[in-house]
Design a protein around this ligand. Structure first.
Ligand SMILES: NC(=O)c1ccc[n+]([C@@H]2O[C@H](COP(=O)([O-])OP(=O)(O)OC[C@H]3O[C@@H](n4cnc5c(N)ncnc54)[C@H](OP(=O)(O)O)[C@@H]3O)[C@@H](O)[C@H]2O)c1
Length: 317
């Protein structure tokens, strides 16, 4: 595994990080979740990303992570980077959603209890909340660090102008923004255009979530919709999204990947890592095999101009 500095900070992150959004909840087999976490760890993945509400059931991914940490990995706590977040729905009522100081601090405390950690390495504001003054949200992050509950802070899903404002506030408070977390992949490039340049200018890292477009940039749907795949769960990805056009686009990209001697997933990750300013790709997986396949993306992360042109051609609508 190679590591990159997160922006201008002294903290290095692995090129591939593992997220626990799906497949680590209380409804998922614990042994599979544990096997993926251990396989990642054994292969140099030092960064694990969670959020207060990941499950299902909501909040249970933090408990799964806490159990594996306690039973298998606690001796390595100082060798890993664990992040959590608050911003989307966490609990009912006016204090369990958004960017208020009340929500962020209470949620951070709950997340620490669920994971059994004394502190998070990174704590994020999960989204920009237009109903809360940005100063309040940022000061809550600063105070979380000052209280010893997190070492660094990050922001996620902020529009570019608010991203800039947030970074400037945090810098002045001497708790510089470590990293921005944004959806970015070959078929969703908007944040690479809008937010990545701001991250570079502000000296923060940039970590790409859903780098495989939830499975669309893998071989998962090349020949139909397999039972148990994310699209069959009909929550964040739907069967209706796997249209003929989408499958044909994946097939075109898959052919380019094959010529490079890679799986489509490997090429999709390598493509992101080749973008200047990208710190890490934050993948999901539902099996050790998928995870292992993805880690081999690092075997080839350079592209010829011809390959880049072919990718651009393949994604044209
Ligand atoms: N900040 C935010 O707002 C936000 C939002 C979303 C996600 N995230 C973070 O980003 C992480 C990753 O998101 P994501 O799960 O959407 O990422 P992703 O890597 O785009 O998608 C992961 C899914 O793709 C499929 N897959 C992965 N590798 C594969 C392979 N080699 N072959 C075939 N299929 C493969 C699996 O689907 P199946 O389940 O069908 O097998 C897997 O669950 C999350 O866990 C979370 O930490 C953050």
């Amino acid at each position: 595994m190679d590591y990159r500095f997160s922006g201008k900070s002294g903290l290095q992150l692995p090129l591939v990080s593992l997220g626990l959004w799906h497949n680590f909840g209380s409804v998922d087999p614990y042994e599979n979740a544990r096997a993926m976490l251990l396989h990642a760890w054994e292969n140099g993945v030092t960064h694990f990303d969670i959020a207060n509400n990941y499950g299902p059931e909501p909040c249970s991914a933090e408990k799964t992570f806490g159990r594996v940490l306690k039973e298998d990995l606690f001796a390595h706590r100082d060798q890993m980077i664990v992040s959590s977040k608050a911003g989307y729905w966490g609990w009912d009522g006016p204090y369990g959603n958004g960017g208020s100081r009340k929500y962020l601090i209470a949620s951070c405390d709950q997340s620490l209890k669920r994971t059994g950690l004394e502190y998070f390495d990174i704590f994020y504001s999960h989204r920009y909340d237009p109903e809360t003054p940005i100063e309040e949200t940022m000061q809550a992050l600063v105070d979380i660090v000052r209280a010893g509950k997190a070492l660094y802070v990050g922001i996620s899903n902020y529009p570019a102008d608010k991203q800039k404002e947030a970074c400037e506030y945090l810098r002045q408070a001497h708790v510089p923004c470590l990293i921005g977390q944004y959806k970015a992949n070959i078929i969703a490039q908007q944040t690479l255009i809008e937010n990545l340049p701001v991250a570079i200018e502000q000296g923060t890292g940039f970590i790409c979530f859903s780098p495989l477009a939830q499975g669309l940039l893998t071989d998962r749907y090349l020949n139909g919709i397999p039972e148990g795949s994310r699209a069959t769960k009909e929550v964040f990805l739907h069967r209706a999204q796997i249209t003929q056009e989408v499958v044909e686009r994946s097939q075109r990209l898959n052919q380019i990947a094959q010529k490079r001697g890679q799986s489509l997933a490997q090429m999709a990750l390598a493509w992101l890592l080749a973008q200047k300013g990208v710190t890490s790709v934050l993948i999901g997986a539902s099996s050790v095999n998928q995870l292992d396949n993805n880690l081999h993306a690092l075997d080839n992360t350079t592209f010829t101009q011809q390959e880049l042109d072919a990718i651009n051609e393949a994604i044209k609508e």
